[in-house]
Design a protein around this ligand. Structure first.
Ligand SMILES: *[C@@H]1O[C@H](CO)[C@@H](O)[C@H](O)[C@H]1NC(C)=O
Ligand SMILES: *[C@@H]1O[C@H](CO)[C@@H](O)[C@H](O)[C@H]1NC(C)=O
Length: 459
């Protein structure tokens, strides 16, 4: 008897410790890393390159993947074993709603599972089981929900490639609309199956009209999101888009699509504030990360890019629009074989500003335009006319940037004659030509506060 009581006490003790530990992990994940606010002060810091500040990507990614795929399951299972399911989250498994994962349409089952999860009170975990592939037509997962949801994607979610399925909304495949406090993870795969869309893109087949294609995964009008430890591949167009969101942590994402797939941006940020994108590997046919109008406080850390078009702010100001982007930090990135490295692109005729931007601790290998500000961006059939207004580019820091350029022009500041670029600081930048030729910088209408150790230099 005494032994049994001791066993029960021991079990309770373990549960308490475990829940404290999980809580700690949760809180730890919620708080931005301590480095988050650090970089705002870094602008003034003239220290040299610190190899310690440059993590080993692959070990970080692997370790974290391991940690993450183990933890949530262990938590649920250990509680279930002890018969205390009531205190743990309610599991909503898509298979219980008729999903088969055998290649037939599972849209209805996912919709039902969502309805159940979103209307339940108390913590809910939606589970997409491992080892199966669930075929889905476009779905809108709408909130607000009654509780905070977790979605565990262990298996694969695959998009219907019948374009007729998208006739009501050609721009979205999976969209989370107004779902606050959402966590998505699980190590599984979201596959946009985009080949049919690429083949029919006007960028691939010039005879076809330019039409919208769906973004694979959209988060819209949502607060406090965590999206982590997922593979997203072969999107119809953009892979992951955050639109009008606040407080977002995207981490340990692996985003892949062929180099020739058109408009397949990796992670797109628009009208979104306070977003961190960390520890992610992105190789697609378009921008690795694209940050456009209305975005503020965007921190990208430990990002590996290539192939693709690099990390881009813009395009901004198309169709004479007003655009604002501020507070962007890219800290710790490796780019290989991309067409651009760090790019800011704006159309003539726009207005507004792109300001307070830091690019630092970046390594490039064979990048065609490693550092570029293009205020004469023009991505349309007819040539763009010269216009007098422009999106103002100011306060941009490039620090600790090294590597090789695939072209002779390693630095290009092609700014607006009416609104020259202001407060551009280069420090400890060394970009060599890939084949040992000398590199050069083209610098039009740029007000440079050039720091130390820069090669190539503006003429
Ligand atoms: C949901 O998450 C938010 C933010 O973390 C928290 O403030 C709130 O209490 C949570 N709600 C429930 C029902 O757990
Ligand atoms: C470098 O990039 C150029 C242009 O993208 C490409 O043609 C070339 O094969 C690349 N070289 C290496 C060594 O990767």
């Amino acid at each position: 008897m005494a032994l049994q009581i001791r066993q029960v006490l021991l079990a309770l003790y373990c549960i308490t410790i475990f829940s404290l530990f999980s809580r700690y992990n949760f809180l730890k994940d919620q708080n931005p890393p301590s480095s988050y606010n650090y970089f705002d002060h870094q602008v003034l810091d003239a220290a040299g390159y610190d190899p310690q500040a440059y993590p080993s990507y692959f070990s970080t990614i692997e370790d974290d993947k391991f940690k993450d795929s183990i933890r949530p399951r262990a938590e649920v299972i250990s509680l279930q074993r002890l018969g205390i399911t009531s205190t743990s989250a309610k599991a909503v498994n898509v298979d219980d709603f008729g999903a088969t994962g055998d290649g037939t349409d599972d849209t209805e089952a996912f919709e039902k599972a969502w309805e159940e999860a979103c209307s339940s009170k108390g913590a809910v975990v939606v589970e997409v089981p491992e080892g199966k592939s669930y075929l889905l037509k476009p779905i809108r997962f709408s909130g607000p929900c009654k509780s905070n949801l977790t979605i565990q994607i262990y298996g694969t979610i695959e998009a219907s490639d019948d374009r007729a399925d998208y006739k009501e909304d050609r721009r979205h495949w999976l969209i989370f609309d107004s779902v606050d406090n959402l966590l998505i993870e699980g190590g599984g795969t979201v596959n946009g199956n985009g080949k049919i869309w690429w083949q029919n893109s006007c960028k691939i087949n010039k005879h076809l009209p330019c039409k919208d294609a769906p973004t694979a995964l959209t988060f819209y009008n949502s607060k406090n999101l965590k999206v982590r430890n997922l593979n997203i591949r072969d999107a119809q167009r953009i892979h992951v888009s955050f639109e009008q969101c606040t407080n977002v942590q995207a981490s340990r994402l692996t985003v892949t699509a062929p180099k020739k797939s058109p408009n397949t941006d990796g992670i797109h940020v628009t009208h979104t504030q306070n977003i961190q994108i960390t520890n992610s590997v992105i190789g697609t046919g378009d921008d690795c990360i694209s940050i456009v109008s209305g975005s503020k406080n965007v921190h990208a850390m430990d990002i590996t890019c290539g192939p693709g078009h690099g990390i881009s702010i813009g395009s901004l100001g198309s169709g004479n629009s007003k655009a604002y982007v501020s507070g962007v930090t890219v800290d710790g990135a490796k780019l290989s074989g991309t067409t651009n490295g760090m790019r800011i692109k704006t159309w003539q005729g726009g207005s507004g500003s792109a300001s307070n931007i830091i690019f630092q601790n970046i390594e490039m290998y064979n990048v065609s335009n490693p550092i570029i500000i293009d205020q004469n961006y023009c991505d349309q059939d007819k040539p763009c006319n010269k216009q007098s207004s422009a999106v103002q580019v100011k306060n941009v820091v490039y620090k600790n940037i090294k590597g090789t350029s695939a072209s002779e022009v390693a630095i290009k500041f092609d700014c607006s004659s009416s609104h020259p670029c202001q407060g551009i600081l280069l420090q400890n930048v060394n970009l060599q030509e890939q084949r040992d030729k000398t590199t050069k910088a083209i610098c039009n209408y740029v007000k440079l506060s050039e720091g130390k150790a820069v090669s190539p230099q503006c003429p």
